[in-house]
Design a protein around this ligand. Sequence first.
Ligand SMILES: NC(=O)c1ccc[n+]([C@@H]2O[C@H](COP(=O)([O-])OP(=O)(O)OC[C@H]3O[C@@H](n4cnc5c(N)ncnc54)[C@H](OP(=O)(O)O)[C@@H]3O)[C@@H](O)[C@H]2O)c1
Length: 230
Amino acid sequence: MSRPIAVIGGTGPAGMGLALRWARAGEAVIIGSRDASRAQAAADAIRQRVSGQGQVSGLENAVACAASDLLVLTVPFAGQAELLKQLKPAIRAGSVLIDATVALAASVGGRASRTLGVWQGSAAQQAAELAPKGVSVAAAFHNLSAEVLNGDEDVDCDVIVCSDDPNATQAAMALAATIPGARAIDGGKLENARVLEQITALLIGLNMGHKGHSGLRITGLPEVAYRKTG
Ligand SMILES: NC(=O)c1ccc[n+]([C@@H]2O[C@H](COP(=O)([O-])OP(=O)(O)OC[C@H]3O[C@@H](n4cnc5c(N)ncnc54)[C@H](OP(=O)(O)O)[C@@H]3O)[C@@H](O)[C@H]2O)c1
């Protein structure tokens, strides 16, 4: 990637895990947080684990948005809309915003194995509605377990990317393909994100029932449909 990847809400397990994998792949990563010192502490923790690979810094969310046009949003659904409204002036025109938010009922005190109804259809579609004009939104990374991402093994999961903008799809697929073990697949329109979010709830339920870290593999497509490292 020629540009830094700003992970907004990157201090949680999902954002940290993605940032760790991208730093290991040699990418420049900015961890975003509502609190600059929390962002810096998260960046320090990742730097210690990657010893010299990539470049990792930590900035307050709005400053992180201003510093990059490649944004990945990893916040709980309950905070997504409010945060996007706050960040609107800071998000650069022409940015790609990759949303990993899952509208889990757990984000409002319900069960983690259930999703909430979202008026727009999915959290990603809500993000697209709230993002500034000219910002392209893709949905991706919903089905990757943060616990696995924060480990050292290759992930055993495909990353389905949904977007109405081919540039955003390509950007998200390129990011997914840097994660060892992940295969990026173009999943079509942004409206399909609602299915990705539902699958996450199912995977969480499987993890709780079987005590594991499940992932998702799509089989039977021609080789050209899968984008992966190497
Ligand atoms: N965990 C997983 O395995 C996984 C996998 C795929 C997708 N996801 C999705 O990715 C998102 C993040 O997951 P997570 O487990 O990392 O979540 P999390 O730890 O609950 O939250 C991530 C970060 O978001 C920020 N945040 C929390 N509440 C906020 C609010 N009301 N407004 C703005 N920022 C807020 C916090 O950062 P600061 O306090 O530093 O600002 C927090 O560290 C969720 O939507 C989740 O469904 C998770």
